[in-house]
Design a protein around this ligand. Sequence first.
Ligand code: SAM
Length: 249
Amino acid sequence: MKRYNDYDVFAWLYNRELGWYSSIIFPFLKIIAGDNLPDGARILDLCCGTGHLAKILCENDYHVTGIDGSAKMLQYARRNAPAAKFFLGDARSFKLSAEFDAVFSTFDSLNHVMTLTELERVFKNVYTCLNKGGIFIFDMNMQEHFETRMKEGINSIFEKPKYLYIMRTEYDEERKLGKYTVTIFQSEDKFWKRSDIVLYQTWYPLENIVFSLGKTGFTAIKTHAFTHQRELQEVNENSDRVFFYGQKP
Ligand SMILES: C[S@@+](CC[C@H](N)C(=O)[O-])C[C@H]1O[C@@H](n2cnc3c(N)ncnc32)[C@H](O)[C@@H]1O
């Protein structure tokens, strides 16, 4: 299986513009984890990106390991969170023995896993690397997100003094395929360097995700909708982002 590395070209911009999500969701990860995240826990940040969450976790005295498929994202992660350990790897195929108290995978990283069979492989790998009682928390974009925000098309230009970038979305309903296109112009001397990035995501019905978590062996499975007002709520058919929680018995 080819390692997922679609974020390599995006890493420079992601590091500047998109790390903010981690500081927003860290308190919610703690609320969802409750008493099952001991002080000093060993945490695996799966699909850790540029290490913004890893940095916050290290600052809160957790022992952090990060895995990501993009070597470029990891270059920033190593700088942002020097106290964490980072490995280049794929969520669908990594193998680590049972050594973690928690695995987090945030900012809809697992929507990049394009089939349910592959998502179940991710769940199995996570399950294997958790200690007994260890917890898994991840968030995913749901059908509602694809059929509203992605379909209507996010179409924005962001202009900064030294660079500008354009973000667009499209949604192919038949294939359940969301497409993000990002074009970056970076000022280099008298020239503008152009980079083009295309990223894909898909979604899974909540019942399928919960069923697959249970099939893998996770218990105490819970779901929470995360609203645009940044609140956790009960999931309903309008929920566009959902946090999933499962525990290894
Ligand atoms: C939206 S970013 C989220 C990064 C980070 N978790 C955060 O909250 O900022 C998605 C990340 O998932 C990684 N990723 C996606 N699919 C992956 C896979 N199969 N294996 C490893 N990393 C993957 C990408 O390289 C990217 O860094």
